[in-house]
Design a protein around this ligand. Sequence first.
Ligand SMILES: [Zn+2]
Ligand SMILES: [Zn+2]
Length: 172
Amino acid sequence: MASRCYPCDHSVGPRPGSNSTGDPEGACAICGVLACQGHGRREINAAKFQCVICIPIVVAASVAATAKKSTQLAQQLSVLLEGLGASAWLISTVADFVERYPEFSGITREIAVIQHDAPHAYTTNQTEPFYSSLDSEQQALLLLAILIILRLEIPTDLLPEPLQTLVKPWRQ
Ligand SMILES: [Zn+2]
Ligand SMILES: [Zn+2]
């Protein structure tokens, strides 16, 4: 049986400016799935191949590195961060992200728009205390992760639990 690209099989959109081919180019160093050239690339700073589904996971988990651990969501994101296993993946600011993933720079321009709506999206006992505990740079990174998930149409059930909770209000 021929190997197939996992994001292709789950109808995930390709990285901006690239095309998905279905033919695996490598295996993701974080989650292990096979990904084609549209759905993965070698991350220069980490010197590892990374799939497109793990990009928003890395961005959201990076928020946990500096967030207060007072809420359940922050704790779940820290567990995710530990699971990444390498600080080389960490993203500290939106500018840092654009430097590492320049093909996604168009998406970062939408952050201000959804930052305006976020207080209306995060209103539950779980999401409100977490979101309001973040400073504006942390909020921007978290919303960047959400935007990538929405724009690439990554299915909610492929995401770890804290991200499922954080993406749901935007998909209702
Ligand atoms: Zn693919
Ligand atoms: Zn991956």
